[in-house]
Write a protein that binds this ligand. Sequence first.
Ligand SMILES: [Zn+2]
Length: 141
Amino acid sequence: MTSTTSTEQPPAPAQVPLVDYLVLGDEPHLVAYECTSCQARFFDRRNACAACGGTWFERVPIATEGTLRAFTIVSMAAPGIPVPFVAGVVDCDGTSARGNIINVEPDPEHVALGMKVRLATYSMGTDDAGTEAVGFGFEPA
Ligand SMILES: [Zn+2]
């Protein structure tokens, strides 16, 4: 006689990234399309490289830590978007990534050019089917 144990597990809550270049999992990270001719990197899918016109791309993982290169403290936004927040451009080991600077007071005393930041994900809410939308930003490292 063999005993049978149910292997059925309740389904894990599904997660979907807000953008398709955000990869979730144990170590969330961004991926870019890298031109195989000139190594230019783009986060959006494109038919040809803006730098050299090449049409072959590889998906490459982007460093999750970087340096804040530019930022704007946004104090006015569309209704429903909490302000102020910090919109930034982060140099991730040579690749520029745009994202909000989160988990920090959104003021010039706490956000500075050259500060070290790292990728962070956060829940943007769960729909009726239990699927969680996940966004990303960068937080002080
Ligand atoms: Zn190229």
